[in-house]
Ligand binder design. Structure first.
Ligand code: F6P
Length: 341
């Protein structure tokens, strides 16, 4: 078979590990050949390809980013998107696509599969918000980067007796905030799944100062105050109609300073969480996802996504994995709340 590989959506550490595993097993075990599509769904839409063989994937396992490039191109943005992709497959002799992506890229993969495009999905995103898999790769690296940053902020917060607000990514899910906040001993963790009460946040701040520590507040970029309170702000939309989030930490900084009179500073970790080398866990997970994705293609099991269940890699329908976001359940947030204040 000739197999096309693409990486779409926001990049994350571990994408290259997937590409390497897919190609190494596909060539070495099955004798398939490969082609890379550049920049996610833009590649097959515009027939933009790059050679992809064992030589091309040497040395890329520890490298962040993606050798194929990425974009948030939506193949359904124009009515002829699916037919253009089918044309590219015919013209290049590609029998199937391995699409590595998150909710948007794999949501498009599910729809394309329904329109006759043979595709297998691999779940990536630092946000960890894809359903039907315990973890996506990229998440562990982002959490470790955020944890290290919060550790560092603790010491400077204490020197200056300040409130430090740390904004992490995660879009509409609070996974990065929850895991990094728990790992680094945050005093309050604010997530999109649970709108916050600013008065309670300020009470936690004062409680923390009363015990002679400086408060660290970890806030997910998608967190919002309880309706009716000030501070909501919306940004521009991307090709999939998602709002660009950022800035809740600045708003919190202003509110906390205004209400408590405490010196407050905001830090936005931003794309630092997506850059650099993957952790061992993400290299392991991404590599295993790649090995199992090429098995699925080889067996013609299209319309599926490889998924982690415990330590097992299974296949689940792409439509189910992308049907609903996986958000933080109440009981897990409850565990973190024990440490607030
Ligand atoms: O989905 C990954 C992610 O990093 C989100 O956490 C964040 O909201 C978004 O992508 C940022 O997107 P961009 O890189 O387009 O600014």
């Amino acid at each position: 078979m000739k197999i096309g590989v693409l990486t779409g959506g926001g990049d994350c550490p571990g994408l290259n590990a997937v590409i390497r595993a897919v190609v190494r097993k596909g060539v070495g075990v099955y004798g398939h050949s490969f082609v890379g599509f550049r920049d996610g769904w833009r590649g097959p839409l515009e027939n933009d390809t790059v050679p992809l063989d064992v030589t091309a994937v040497r040395g890329i396992l520890p490298r962040g980013g993606t050798i194929l490039g990425s974009s948030r191109t939506n193949p359904f943005a124009s009515a002829d998107g699916p037919s253009r992709i089918r044309e590219t497959l015919d013209r290049t002799g590609v029998d199937a696509i391995v699409a590595v992506g998150g909710e948007d890229t794999l949501g498009a993969a599910a729809r394309l599969h329904a329109e006759g495009v043979p595709v297998v999905g691999v779940p990536k995103t630092i946000d960890n918000d894809l359903s039907e898999t315990d973890y996506t790769f990229g998440f562990d690296t982002a959490v470790n980067i955020a944890m290290e940053a919060i550790d560092r902020l603790h010491t400077t917060a204490e020197s200056h007796h300040r409130v430090l607000v740390v904004e992490v990514m995660g879009r509409h899910a609070g996974w990065i905030a929850l895991h990094s906040g728990m790992a680094a001993g945050a005093n309050v963790i604010l997530i999109p799944e649970r709108p916050f009460d600013i008065d309670k946040v300020c009470a936690f701040v004062e409680q923390r100062f009363a015990t002679r520590y400086a408060p660290i507040i970890v806030v997910a970029e998608g967190a919002r105050p309880i309706a009716g309170t000030a501070m909501a702000r919306e940004g521009e939309l991307d090709a999939f109609g998602h709002v660009r989030l950022q800035g809740i930490s600045g708003l919190l900084e202003t509110e906390i300073r205004g209400r408590t009179g405490r010196e407050t500073r905001a830090t936005v970790l931003g794309h630092v969480q997506r850059g650099g080398t993957p952790t061992a866990f993400d290299r392991w997970l991404a590599t295993r996802f790649g090995l199992h994705a090429v098995d699925a293609v080889h067996e013609g099991d299209f319309g599926t996504m490889v998924a982690l269940h415990g330590t097992r890699i299974d296949r689940v329908p792409l439509s189910e994995a992308t049907g609903e976001l996986k958000t933080v359940p109440e009981h897990l947030y409850g565990e973190a709340e024990v440490f607030f204040g």
